[in-house]
Design a protein around this ligand. Structure first.
Ligand code: UD1
Length: 336
Protein backbone atom coordinates (compact mmCIF):
# COMPACT_ATOMS: atom_id res chain seq x y z
CA UNK A 1 0.00 0.00 0.00
CA UNK A 2 1.37 3.37 -1.02
CA UNK A 3 0.45 6.88 0.17
CA UNK A 4 0.73 8.20 -3.34
CA UNK A 5 -2.04 7.81 -5.86
CA UNK A 6 -2.05 6.07 -9.21
CA UNK A 7 -3.80 7.76 -12.12
CA UNK A 8 -5.23 5.16 -14.50
CA UNK A 9 -6.28 6.58 -17.86
CA UNK A 10 -8.79 4.36 -19.63
CA UNK A 11 -9.57 2.63 -16.33
CA UNK A 12 -13.21 2.14 -17.40
CA UNK A 13 -12.19 0.11 -20.44
CA UNK A 14 -11.64 -3.60 -20.84
CA UNK A 15 -8.01 -3.98 -19.76
CA UNK A 16 -7.82 -0.84 -17.61
CA UNK A 17 -10.79 -1.93 -15.50
CA UNK A 18 -9.14 -5.28 -14.75
CA UNK A 19 -6.00 -3.45 -13.63
CA UNK A 20 -8.00 -0.98 -11.50
CA UNK A 21 -9.69 -3.89 -9.76
CA UNK A 22 -6.40 -5.61 -8.95
CA UNK A 23 -4.85 -2.32 -7.77
CA UNK A 24 -7.84 -1.76 -5.48
CA UNK A 25 -7.54 -5.30 -4.11
CA UNK A 26 -3.90 -4.54 -3.34
CA UNK A 27 -4.84 -1.48 -1.30
CA UNK A 28 -3.57 1.06 -3.81
CA UNK A 29 -5.14 4.51 -4.14
CA UNK A 30 -6.50 4.73 -7.66
CA UNK A 31 -8.07 7.51 -9.71
CA UNK A 32 -9.50 6.63 -13.10
CA UNK A 33 -9.58 9.17 -15.91
CA UNK A 34 -11.81 8.00 -18.74
CA UNK A 35 -14.00 9.82 -21.25
CA UNK A 36 -16.41 6.85 -21.33
CA UNK A 37 -16.32 6.80 -25.14
CA UNK A 38 -15.92 3.03 -25.02
CA UNK A 39 -15.62 2.45 -21.28
CA UNK A 40 -18.28 1.96 -18.60
CA UNK A 41 -18.74 3.68 -15.27
CA UNK A 42 -19.77 0.34 -13.74
CA UNK A 43 -16.44 -1.17 -14.77
CA UNK A 44 -14.57 1.06 -12.31
CA UNK A 45 -14.59 -0.96 -9.10
CA UNK A 46 -11.95 0.93 -7.08
CA UNK A 47 -11.29 4.62 -6.43
CA UNK A 48 -12.92 7.60 -8.11
CA UNK A 49 -13.79 8.06 -11.75
CA UNK A 50 -13.09 11.41 -13.38
CA UNK A 51 -14.81 11.73 -16.75
CA UNK A 52 -12.54 13.51 -19.20
CA UNK A 53 -9.88 13.31 -21.87
CA UNK A 54 -6.19 12.55 -21.56
CA UNK A 55 -5.59 15.45 -23.95
CA UNK A 56 -7.22 17.98 -21.62
CA UNK A 57 -4.18 19.73 -20.16
CA UNK A 58 -6.21 21.93 -17.80
CA UNK A 59 -8.03 18.92 -16.36
CA UNK A 60 -4.73 17.07 -15.96
CA UNK A 61 -3.17 20.05 -14.18
CA UNK A 62 -6.15 20.13 -11.84
CA UNK A 63 -5.90 16.39 -11.17
CA UNK A 64 -2.17 16.45 -10.54
CA UNK A 65 -2.53 19.52 -8.30
CA UNK A 66 -5.44 18.13 -6.29
CA UNK A 67 -3.95 14.69 -5.73
CA UNK A 68 -0.55 13.40 -4.83
CA UNK A 69 -0.02 11.20 -7.89
CA UNK A 70 3.35 9.55 -8.48
CA UNK A 71 2.32 6.93 -11.03
CA UNK A 72 0.36 7.00 -14.26
CA UNK A 73 -0.92 3.84 -15.90
CA UNK A 74 -1.92 4.82 -19.40
CA UNK A 75 -4.56 2.69 -21.17
CA UNK A 76 -6.81 5.30 -22.79
CA UNK A 77 -6.63 4.73 -26.55
CA UNK A 78 -8.52 3.83 -29.66
CA UNK A 79 -7.82 0.20 -30.54
CA UNK A 80 -9.62 -0.81 -33.73
CA UNK A 81 -7.05 -1.53 -36.41
CA UNK A 82 -9.22 -1.15 -39.54
CA UNK A 83 -10.59 2.12 -38.17
CA UNK A 84 -7.02 3.36 -37.72
CA UNK A 85 -6.37 2.68 -41.40
CA UNK A 86 -9.53 4.56 -42.43
CA UNK A 87 -9.06 7.44 -39.99
CA UNK A 88 -5.37 7.70 -39.07
CA UNK A 89 -5.55 11.18 -37.55
CA UNK A 90 -8.11 9.97 -35.01
CA UNK A 91 -5.46 7.50 -33.85
CA UNK A 92 -2.51 9.89 -33.98
CA UNK A 93 -4.69 12.41 -32.14
CA UNK A 94 -5.91 10.26 -29.27
CA UNK A 95 -3.14 7.68 -29.02
CA UNK A 96 -0.13 9.86 -29.79
CA UNK A 97 -0.90 13.58 -29.39
CA UNK A 98 -3.01 13.10 -26.26
CA UNK A 99 -0.30 10.85 -24.83
CA UNK A 100 2.18 13.65 -25.40
CA UNK A 101 -0.02 16.06 -23.41
CA UNK A 102 -0.38 13.50 -20.64
CA UNK A 103 3.38 12.90 -20.48
CA UNK A 104 4.08 16.62 -20.49
CA UNK A 105 1.69 17.40 -17.65
CA UNK A 106 2.74 14.30 -15.67
CA UNK A 107 6.40 15.25 -15.96
CA UNK A 108 5.67 18.86 -15.03
CA UNK A 109 3.91 17.64 -11.87
CA UNK A 110 6.72 15.28 -10.85
CA UNK A 111 5.18 11.91 -11.70
CA UNK A 112 7.88 9.27 -11.18
CA UNK A 113 6.55 6.16 -12.88
CA UNK A 114 4.58 5.37 -16.00
CA UNK A 115 3.20 2.01 -17.09
CA UNK A 116 2.15 2.14 -20.71
CA UNK A 117 -0.29 -0.05 -22.60
CA UNK A 118 1.50 -0.88 -25.84
CA UNK A 119 0.83 -3.58 -28.37
CA UNK A 120 2.29 -6.40 -30.44
CA UNK A 121 1.06 -4.35 -33.41
CA UNK A 122 4.38 -2.46 -33.16
CA UNK A 123 6.05 -5.53 -34.73
CA UNK A 124 3.85 -5.66 -37.82
CA UNK A 125 4.57 -9.01 -39.44
CA UNK A 126 7.73 -10.32 -37.75
CA UNK A 127 9.82 -12.90 -39.62
CA UNK A 128 8.89 -16.44 -38.53
CA UNK A 129 5.87 -15.20 -36.59
CA UNK A 130 7.74 -14.88 -33.28
CA UNK A 131 8.63 -11.49 -31.82
CA UNK A 132 11.08 -10.69 -29.05
CA UNK A 133 11.71 -7.19 -27.79
CA UNK A 134 14.80 -7.00 -30.02
CA UNK A 135 12.80 -7.83 -33.15
CA UNK A 136 12.77 -4.65 -35.23
CA UNK A 137 9.54 -2.71 -34.90
CA UNK A 138 7.69 -2.28 -38.17
CA UNK A 139 4.00 -1.53 -37.66
CA UNK A 140 1.73 -2.02 -40.66
CA UNK A 141 -1.16 0.19 -39.54
CA UNK A 142 -1.63 3.58 -37.85
CA UNK A 143 -2.81 1.90 -34.65
CA UNK A 144 0.57 0.20 -34.23
CA UNK A 145 2.46 3.33 -35.27
CA UNK A 146 0.46 5.55 -32.91
CA UNK A 147 1.44 3.30 -29.98
CA UNK A 148 5.07 2.98 -31.08
CA UNK A 149 5.40 6.76 -31.17
CA UNK A 150 4.30 6.91 -27.54
CA UNK A 151 6.89 4.25 -26.68
CA UNK A 152 9.50 6.50 -28.28
CA UNK A 153 8.30 9.55 -26.35
CA UNK A 154 8.60 7.60 -23.11
CA UNK A 155 12.11 6.42 -24.01
CA UNK A 156 13.35 9.88 -24.92
CA UNK A 157 11.65 11.54 -21.97
CA UNK A 158 13.25 9.10 -19.52
CA UNK A 159 16.66 9.74 -21.09
CA UNK A 160 16.04 13.44 -20.53
CA UNK A 161 15.37 12.89 -16.82
CA UNK A 162 11.62 12.33 -17.04
CA UNK A 163 9.62 9.51 -15.42
CA UNK A 164 10.85 5.95 -15.49
CA UNK A 165 8.52 3.61 -17.33
CA UNK A 166 7.54 0.12 -18.36
CA UNK A 167 5.93 -0.31 -21.78
CA UNK A 168 4.00 -3.55 -22.04
CA UNK A 169 3.43 -4.92 -25.53
CA UNK A 170 0.23 -6.91 -25.35
CA UNK A 171 -0.40 -9.87 -27.61
CA UNK A 172 -4.00 -11.16 -27.97
CA UNK A 173 -5.80 -10.24 -24.77
CA UNK A 174 -8.93 -12.25 -23.95
CA UNK A 175 -10.92 -13.60 -21.00
CA UNK A 176 -12.69 -11.81 -18.17
CA UNK A 177 -12.39 -11.53 -14.43
CA UNK A 178 -13.20 -15.08 -13.24
CA UNK A 179 -15.84 -14.20 -10.63
CA UNK A 180 -17.77 -12.21 -13.23
CA UNK A 181 -17.72 -8.74 -11.65
CA UNK A 182 -16.24 -7.06 -14.72
CA UNK A 183 -15.68 -8.11 -18.32
CA UNK A 184 -15.20 -7.19 -21.94
CA UNK A 185 -18.09 -5.08 -23.16
CA UNK A 186 -16.25 -3.01 -25.73
CA UNK A 187 -18.70 -1.96 -28.44
CA UNK A 188 -18.28 -3.21 -32.03
CA UNK A 189 -15.99 -6.06 -31.05
CA UNK A 190 -13.77 -7.53 -33.75
CA UNK A 191 -11.47 -9.67 -31.58
CA UNK A 192 -11.87 -13.39 -32.12
CA UNK A 193 -12.70 -14.69 -28.63
CA UNK A 194 -15.29 -11.99 -28.02
CA UNK A 195 -16.88 -12.44 -31.45
CA UNK A 196 -17.00 -16.24 -31.04
CA UNK A 197 -18.61 -15.91 -27.61
CA UNK A 198 -21.19 -13.49 -29.02
CA UNK A 199 -22.01 -16.13 -31.64
CA UNK A 200 -22.20 -18.81 -28.93
CA UNK A 201 -24.82 -16.89 -26.94
CA UNK A 202 -26.80 -15.93 -30.05
CA UNK A 203 -26.08 -12.22 -30.08
CA UNK A 204 -24.65 -12.69 -33.55
CA UNK A 205 -25.63 -15.35 -36.02
CA UNK A 206 -22.22 -16.79 -36.88
CA UNK A 207 -18.46 -16.40 -36.62
CA UNK A 208 -16.16 -16.24 -39.63
CA UNK A 209 -12.73 -17.80 -39.98
CA UNK A 210 -10.63 -15.26 -41.88
CA UNK A 211 -8.32 -17.46 -43.92
CA UNK A 212 -7.99 -21.23 -44.00
CA UNK A 213 -4.95 -21.37 -46.29
CA UNK A 214 -2.22 -20.01 -44.04
CA UNK A 215 1.02 -22.01 -43.75
CA UNK A 216 0.04 -23.24 -40.27
CA UNK A 217 -0.83 -26.77 -39.10
CA UNK A 218 -4.60 -26.37 -39.66
CA UNK A 219 -4.44 -23.49 -42.16
CA UNK A 220 -5.82 -20.84 -39.80
CA UNK A 221 -4.01 -18.00 -38.04
CA UNK A 222 -2.00 -18.64 -34.87
CA UNK A 223 -2.02 -16.11 -32.04
CA UNK A 224 -0.73 -15.85 -28.48
CA UNK A 225 -3.90 -15.43 -26.38
CA UNK A 226 -3.25 -14.02 -22.90
CA UNK A 227 -5.82 -13.91 -20.11
CA UNK A 228 -6.63 -10.34 -19.07
CA UNK A 229 -6.13 -11.19 -15.37
CA UNK A 230 -2.53 -12.29 -16.04
CA UNK A 231 -1.99 -9.20 -18.14
CA UNK A 232 -3.34 -7.03 -15.31
CA UNK A 233 -0.96 -8.71 -12.88
CA UNK A 234 1.94 -7.80 -15.17
CA UNK A 235 1.03 -4.13 -14.61
CA UNK A 236 1.15 -4.54 -10.84
CA UNK A 237 4.47 -6.34 -11.17
CA UNK A 238 5.72 -3.47 -13.34
CA UNK A 239 4.70 -1.01 -10.62
CA UNK A 240 6.63 -2.96 -7.98
CA UNK A 241 9.62 -3.11 -10.32
CA UNK A 242 9.60 0.66 -10.88
CA UNK A 243 9.15 1.42 -7.18
CA UNK A 244 12.16 -0.80 -6.49
CA UNK A 245 14.22 1.38 -8.80
CA UNK A 246 13.95 -0.71 -11.97
CA UNK A 247 15.27 0.85 -15.15
CA UNK A 248 12.96 1.71 -18.06
CA UNK A 249 11.86 -1.47 -19.81
CA UNK A 250 9.80 -2.57 -22.79
CA UNK A 251 8.34 -6.04 -22.37
CA UNK A 252 6.23 -8.47 -24.37
CA UNK A 253 3.10 -9.74 -22.64
CA UNK A 254 2.02 -13.12 -23.88
CA UNK A 255 2.41 -16.77 -22.94
CA UNK A 256 4.89 -17.68 -25.67
CA UNK A 257 2.71 -20.21 -27.46
CA UNK A 258 -0.08 -19.92 -29.98
CA UNK A 259 -3.51 -21.33 -30.74
CA UNK A 260 -5.16 -21.44 -34.14
CA UNK A 261 -8.53 -19.90 -34.95
CA UNK A 262 -9.98 -23.41 -35.22
CA UNK A 263 -8.60 -24.31 -31.78
CA UNK A 264 -10.18 -21.18 -30.28
CA UNK A 265 -13.54 -21.93 -31.88
CA UNK A 266 -13.37 -25.56 -30.69
CA UNK A 267 -12.73 -24.28 -27.15
CA UNK A 268 -15.79 -22.02 -27.38
CA UNK A 269 -17.89 -24.96 -28.58
CA UNK A 270 -16.61 -27.10 -25.68
CA UNK A 271 -17.38 -24.37 -23.15
CA UNK A 272 -20.82 -23.73 -24.63
CA UNK A 273 -21.70 -27.40 -25.16
CA UNK A 274 -23.01 -26.66 -28.65
CA UNK A 275 -21.57 -26.23 -32.13
CA UNK A 276 -21.01 -22.74 -33.51
CA UNK A 277 -22.28 -21.56 -36.85
CA UNK A 278 -18.92 -21.07 -38.61
CA UNK A 279 -18.24 -19.66 -42.06
CA UNK A 280 -14.93 -19.77 -43.87
CA UNK A 281 -13.92 -16.46 -45.42
CA UNK A 282 -10.87 -15.13 -47.26
CA UNK A 283 -7.91 -13.81 -45.31
CA UNK A 284 -8.31 -10.39 -43.69
CA UNK A 285 -5.90 -7.81 -45.09
CA UNK A 286 -2.74 -7.48 -43.01
CA UNK A 287 -3.22 -10.61 -40.89
CA UNK A 288 0.07 -12.48 -40.38
CA UNK A 289 -0.11 -16.31 -40.33
CA UNK A 290 1.44 -16.43 -36.88
CA UNK A 291 2.14 -13.92 -34.11
CA UNK A 292 3.56 -15.30 -30.90
CA UNK A 293 5.54 -13.57 -28.17
CA UNK A 294 9.02 -14.46 -27.02
CA UNK A 295 8.51 -13.97 -23.30
CA UNK A 296 11.82 -14.63 -21.54
CA UNK A 297 12.34 -10.95 -20.78
CA UNK A 298 9.14 -10.27 -18.82
CA UNK A 299 9.78 -13.33 -16.68
CA UNK A 300 13.36 -12.24 -16.01
CA UNK A 301 12.69 -8.55 -15.44
CA UNK A 302 9.39 -8.65 -13.54
CA UNK A 303 9.32 -12.20 -12.19
CA UNK A 304 5.81 -12.33 -13.64
CA UNK A 305 4.02 -15.63 -12.98
CA UNK A 306 0.89 -16.22 -15.05
CA UNK A 307 -1.96 -18.18 -13.49
CA UNK A 308 -4.46 -18.52 -16.32
CA UNK A 309 -2.34 -19.89 -19.16
CA UNK A 310 -5.07 -22.18 -20.44
CA UNK A 311 -7.28 -21.64 -23.48
CA UNK A 312 -10.32 -23.29 -21.88
CA UNK A 313 -10.09 -20.95 -18.88
CA UNK A 314 -9.76 -17.92 -21.13
CA UNK A 315 -12.78 -18.94 -23.16
CA UNK A 316 -14.88 -20.04 -20.18
CA UNK A 317 -14.49 -16.66 -18.46
CA UNK A 318 -15.27 -14.77 -21.69
CA UNK A 319 -18.33 -16.89 -22.34
CA UNK A 320 -19.62 -16.44 -18.77
CA UNK A 321 -19.48 -12.65 -19.21
CA UNK A 322 -21.09 -12.82 -22.65
CA UNK A 323 -23.96 -14.86 -21.16
CA UNK A 324 -24.51 -12.16 -18.55
CA UNK A 325 -24.73 -9.55 -21.30
CA UNK A 326 -27.09 -11.70 -23.37
CA UNK A 327 -29.34 -12.21 -20.32
CA UNK A 328 -29.19 -8.44 -19.63
CA UNK A 329 -28.03 -9.31 -16.13
CA UNK A 330 -28.13 -6.04 -14.13
CA UNK A 331 -24.71 -6.79 -12.67
CA UNK A 332 -23.20 -6.63 -16.17
CA UNK A 333 -22.85 -3.62 -18.49
CA UNK A 334 -22.90 -3.25 -22.21
CA UNK A 335 -23.28 -0.68 -24.98
CA UNK A 336 -26.80 -0.12 -26.34
C1 UD1 B 1 -5.70 -7.41 -33.47
C2 UD1 B 1 -5.01 -6.37 -34.26
C3 UD1 B 1 -3.67 -6.14 -33.63
C4 UD1 B 1 -3.83 -5.74 -32.19
C5 UD1 B 1 -4.64 -6.81 -31.49
C6 UD1 B 1 -4.93 -6.40 -30.10
C7 UD1 B 1 -5.83 -6.52 -36.59
C8 UD1 B 1 -5.47 -6.88 -38.00
N1 UD1 B 1 -4.87 -6.77 -35.64
O1 UD1 B 1 -4.93 -8.59 -33.49
O2 UD1 B 1 -2.96 -5.15 -34.33
O3 UD1 B 1 -2.57 -5.62 -31.60
O4 UD1 B 1 -5.86 -7.01 -32.16
O5 UD1 B 1 -5.83 -5.34 -30.07
O6 UD1 B 1 -6.92 -6.05 -36.32
N2 UD1 B 1 -10.22 -13.96 -36.73
C9 UD1 B 1 -11.17 -14.70 -37.39
N3 UD1 B 1 -12.49 -14.29 -37.31
C10 UD1 B 1 -12.87 -13.19 -36.61
C11 UD1 B 1 -11.88 -12.43 -35.93
C12 UD1 B 1 -10.56 -12.84 -36.03
O7 UD1 B 1 -10.86 -15.70 -38.04
O8 UD1 B 1 -14.06 -12.86 -36.58
C13 UD1 B 1 -8.82 -14.43 -36.75
C14 UD1 B 1 -7.82 -13.43 -37.30
O9 UD1 B 1 -7.67 -13.60 -38.68
C15 UD1 B 1 -6.56 -13.84 -36.50
C16 UD1 B 1 -7.12 -14.30 -35.15
O10 UD1 B 1 -8.48 -14.66 -35.41
O11 UD1 B 1 -5.91 -14.93 -37.09
C17 UD1 B 1 -7.12 -13.22 -34.08
O12 UD1 B 1 -7.72 -12.03 -34.62
P1 UD1 B 1 -8.14 -10.81 -33.69
O13 UD1 B 1 -8.80 -11.30 -32.46
O14 UD1 B 1 -8.88 -9.84 -34.54
O15 UD1 B 1 -6.75 -10.19 -33.25
P2 UD1 B 1 -5.48 -9.85 -34.18
O16 UD1 B 1 -5.87 -9.53 -35.55
O17 UD1 B 1 -4.47 -10.93 -33.98
Amino acid sequence: MADKKILVTGGAGYIGSHVVRQLGNNGENVITLDNLSTGFEAAVTAGDLIVGDTGDAALLDQLFSDHSIDTVMHFAAHTIVPESVANPLKYYGNNTANSRTLLERATEHGVKYIVFSSTAAVYGIPPGGHASETTPTSPINPYGTSKLMTEWMLRDLALAGGPSYVSLRYFNVAGCEPSGTIGQSTPKATLLVKVACEAAVGSRSSVAIFGTDFPTPDGTGLRDYIHVEDLATAHLDALTYLRDGGKPATLNCGYGHGYSVREVLAAVERANGAPLNISEEPRRAGDPPELVAVVDKIHQVLGWTPQFDDLDTIVRTSLAWERKIAAQDPSAYWAD
